[in-house]
Structure formats: C-alpha cells, structure tokens
Design a protein around this ligand. Structure first.
Ligand code: NAP
Length: 259
C-alpha cells in the first residue's frame, strides 16, 4: 500500500534502537525523510547510516537527551517544521510503590509526559500551518492495564493520555491527527532489562523469565519492532486522517479487554 507520505519529513525521537527504530525504518520505507535522535551518538549513526543505505531517504541524526530542554531545542532546530512527529523516550525504572519519592515522579513525568507534550507544542503549530500533520506517541499497555512494578510509567503515561485525549480533538479540524500506540512486550533491550529484573527476583534464568512471560500472551511471543513500525507508519499515512485521539494496543492480546 502506498502510504502517501513520500517526501514528508518525520521527526522520530529516541530512535536508534527498539520501537523508535522500528517506526523510523517503516517511515523511511514509505519514503519519508527522517530526523532521528538518541543520546548515544555511535548507535544513532549506525542506525541512520543503515536507513540511508537501505531506503535512500535523507536522515539527519541528532545525538541528544530528548528529556533535556536545551538538547531538545537542538533536535527541534534540526527538524524544522516536520510533517510527522513520533515521540518516544526511555521508560522509567521498575520499583516498589512505597520507595518512589517526588524526584522519581518528576523524572518520570519529564521523560514520558512533559517531553512528548513539549515536542507536540513545538511541532503541531507548523503542521496546522500546512493543514496536515501526524503525531504518534509511543506509550504503553500500562495505560489500559497497570503494571505494578512500573508505577512511575503508569502514572506519567496516564497524564500524557489525558492530554492527548483533549488536544487531539482541538487540532483534528486543522488536518492534524494525534494518536497513541500502546506497546505490550516487544523484543527490544527494554524487554531484556525487564526480564532480567524478573529473573533475578524469581531466581530463574533470563530464558525462563522470557518463556514465562511469553506464556501469558495469547500470541505466545513478543512483538517485533517491524510490526510496531508498520502500525506507526499507517497512523502517519494519508489513509489515517479519520483516526483521532485513539489509544491502540499492540500487545498480542495480552491485555484482557472486550473493548
Ligand atoms: P529500547 O530498546 O531500550 O530503546 C530505547 C531507545 O530510546 C534507544 O534508541 C535509546 O538510545 C533511546 N533513548 C532512551 N532514552 C532517551 C532519551 N532520554 N533521549 C533520547 N533518546 C533516548 O526501548 P524500547 O523497548 O524501544 O521502548 C521504547 C519506549 O516504549 C519506552 O518508553 C518503553 O518504556 C516503552 N515500552 C516498551 C515496551 C517493550 O516491550 N519494549 C513495552 C511497553 C512500553 P540511547 O540510550 O542511546 O539514548
């Protein structure tokens, strides 16, 4: 399917690895030029170079911590007025509800709520000016079904979800759609880190921790970054203009919901 975004510019933050990389690759595959970002310059350059070579699109890579205001300004300056924005950042660490202090919540809110909001605030006016734009925020299945050890994530992402619910309906009439993609477990470094924690806690191997988690998913496996990227690219496509303010689970059926 032609997604109708050939030649558009997409800013994809936190995209040298994992789900962000999956989105960047799928958008490049549809012909979008990219601005990619991550903190580590080396992995970012490798990812950007591979995308240039495979898809022949222009890729600008900006090594920066997207949660830092000054660094974020550099990323936004490189992106100019993007047509497409995919927001992403690392997730907060796991822990116990009774251990988290104010500073832990502030860090989580900065990373997973206020950073995507700042990115939207910076990019959406340009999209409105052009009468066309697409925003996809990578959030989490924790928005629909809380994950106990990820209380910081549950909290921060709920705040972003509320913001998107209202804001998406305010800008839809100007050709801009904002939606959230909610990953369940996907095969990325983040999954390895979560499984390592579970393995340590249960005194089992990493492979056993993964097998136990896979057994809880109706699809009986982890998602891939290519599957995730394809869904993201569709939401960023010309065909998705009537999808507004939605929270779309990509979780292999893990969240047991009727609606
Ligand atoms: P990942 O494999 O660890 O990749 C994270 C990417 O983001 C890397 O490119 C990393 O590069 C970059 N990054 C992290 N923090 C950043 C920052 N402050 N500024 C700029 N770049 C940053 O993680 P993932 O699995 O793709 O997860 C992406 C998001 O989805 C996270 O918020 C995670 O909590 C959420 N999520 C993931 C899953 C899953 O199963 N994978 C499930 C639910 C939710 P650098 O380290 O070099 O910066």
């Amino acid at each position: 399917m032609d997604l109708g975004i050939h030649g558009k510019t997409a800013l994809v933050t936190a995209s040298s690895k994992g789900l962000g990389l999956g989105c960047a690759r799928a958008l490049a595959g549809a012909g979008a030029n990219l601005v990619m970002n991550a903190r580590g310059a080396e992995a970012l350059e490798v990812a950007a170079g591979a995308i240039r070579a495979e898809f022949g699109v222009a890729v600008t890579a900006v090594a920066a911590d997207i949660t830092d205001e000054a660094a974020r300004a550099d990323v936004l300056a490189a992106a100019g007025t993007p047509d497409i924005l995919v927001t992403n950042a690392g997730g907060p660490p796991p822990g116990l509800w009774s251990d988290w202090e104010r500073a832990d919540f502030i860090a989580a809110l900065d990373g997973n709520m206020l950073t995507p909001i700042a990115l939207m605030k910076a990019c959406v006016p340009g999209m409105i000016g052009k009468g066309w734009g697409r925003v996809v925020n990578i959030t989490s299945q924790a928005v629909k079904s809380p994950i106990g050890v990820l209380g910081l994530s549950n909290s921060a992402r709920a705040g972003l979800t509320g913001y998107v619910a209202g804001t998406s309906r305010q800008v839809a009439g100007q050709g801009v759609t904002i939606n959230n993609l909610l990953p369940g477990i996907h095969d990325t470094d983040r999954a390895v880190s979560l499984d390592s924690g579970a393995a340590q806690q249960a005194q089992i191997s990493l492979a056993e921790a993964r097998a136990r988690r896979e057994a809880t998913i109706p699809a009986q496996r982890y998602g891939t970054i290519d599957e995730f990227g394809a869904a993201c690219a569709f939401l960023c496509s010309q065909h998705a203009g009537f999808i507004v303010g939605q929270n779309i689970l990509l979780d292999g059926g893990a969240v047991n919901l009727t609606l």
